[in-house]
Design a binder for this molecule. Structure first.
Ligand code: NCD
Length: 338
């Protein structure tokens, strides 16, 4: 199998983009192409992970990531289990480890975890027997978001190498930015971070990126403009004079979007705050690919689940027409209700 991956006793995990390397990213993007085809079928379901159980452990709010993983698991015919922090025994004082082990004791092959603290996914990978996927840990990483973004850029622009990606907004508090920068660099794109000094990470020297506070100077040279929300739930103090001033200086207004190169695309991981980092009407403009990102997220997460659970280590290849649970048409009897 190409690329390194974090493993524990032979099990694979997806904890950070660095675990994958360029080879691993390319392999998952190739797999995602096969699953994208499955998702165009009248019955978008294959038996690839029949008998496997995928648990979602979300200790932080989520709309698209959680639904996307659950949809992906169901389309692969896995059983799914969902845990919500708000409705759990956490409120009765149960620890993270006890909570995770309780879920695992029900027989889980893969745990998808989101938590406000950096490092929780790595910690769970040491405690649990199955595979672990990091669905966002604090300000640290969100590798599946970076993968679906790379898939979307490749689909729209034909490739990533040599492209110029401007990431604009609250980079300091963004796990999306950290994973995306790592992935783009592995695949040979140039990156410029565009933000006021208070929303940049303390040290970007090691990031290998350019930094700017002038969005208007960057836009004409960008192939991709990637916008990030102000993640106020992670900001410990006031970092901006006002939302209006941020919008004026850094927001991608419709007027600014109109000045992009014809081929350029506008991306956002969601949730969007219209009128702040993105002009209210921009998501509906032709350059915006936000809905495509969401749709591609399902195919990419199917690819990640299959990559982790669908084959024996060393036996991984692009899905083919054999019985190893591939994107071949599922016999009618195997198409359940999900
Ligand atoms: C992001 C996240 O949770 O990190 N959203 C997502 O997963 N699509 C970005 C954000 O919350 O702003």
């Amino acid at each position: 199998m190409s690329g390194r991956h974090a493993s524990n006793g032979g099990r694979r995990h997806l904890l950070s983009i660095g675990d994958l390397g360029a080879g691993g990213i390319r392999e998952i993007l190739r797999l995602a192409d096969s699953f994208a085809e499955v998702n165009t079928r009248a019955i978008p379901k294959v038996p690839a992970l029949r008998g496997r159980t995928v648990a979602s452990l979300f200790f932080e709010d989520s709309t698209r990531t959680r639904l996307s993983f659950e949809t992906a698991a169901k389309r692969l015919s896995a059983d799914t289990m969902t845990f919500s922090a708000g409705a759990s025994a956490l409120s009765k004082g149960e620890s993270l480890r006890d909570t995770a082990e309780t879920v695992a004791a029900m027989g889980v092959d893969c745990t998808v975890v989101r938590h406000r603290s950096a490092g929780v996914a790595v910690q769970l990978s040491r405690w649990l027997d199955g595979s672990v996927i990091n669905a966002g840990d604090g300000c640290h990483e969100h590798p599946t978001q970076a993968l679906l973004d790379c898939y979307t850029i490749t689909e729209r622009l034909g490739g990533i190498e040599g492209r110029h990606v401007a990431i604009v907004g609250d980079i300091a508090h963004s796990r999306v930015a950290r994973s995306l920068v790592a992935a783009l660099q592995l695949l040979g794109a140039g990156v410029t971070l565009v933000a006021p000094a208070t929303l940049l990470p303390p040290a970007t020297d090691g990031w290998g990126v350019k930094v700017s506070s002038r969005i208007d100077a960057i836009l004409p040279r960008a192939d991709v403009v990637y916008l990030l929300r102000l993640q106020r739930e992670r900001q410990e103090r006031a970092l901006l004079p006002s939302l209006r001033e941020f919008h004026e200086r850094f927001g991608l207004t419709a007027e600014r979007a109109g000045r992009l190169a014809d081929h350029a695309i506008v991306m956002h991981p969601g949730p969007m705050n219209r009128g702040v980092e993105i002009g209210a009407e921009v998501p509906e403009m032709d350059c915006a690919v936000v809905a495509e990102q969401v749709a591609n997220g399902v195919s990419v997460r199917m690819a990640v689940l299959f990559w982790l659970l669908g084959a024996e280590p060393g036996a991984m290849a692009a899905p083919s027409a054999d019985a190893s649970g591939t994107p071949e048409p599922a016999p009618a009897a195997e198409v359940g209700d999900g």
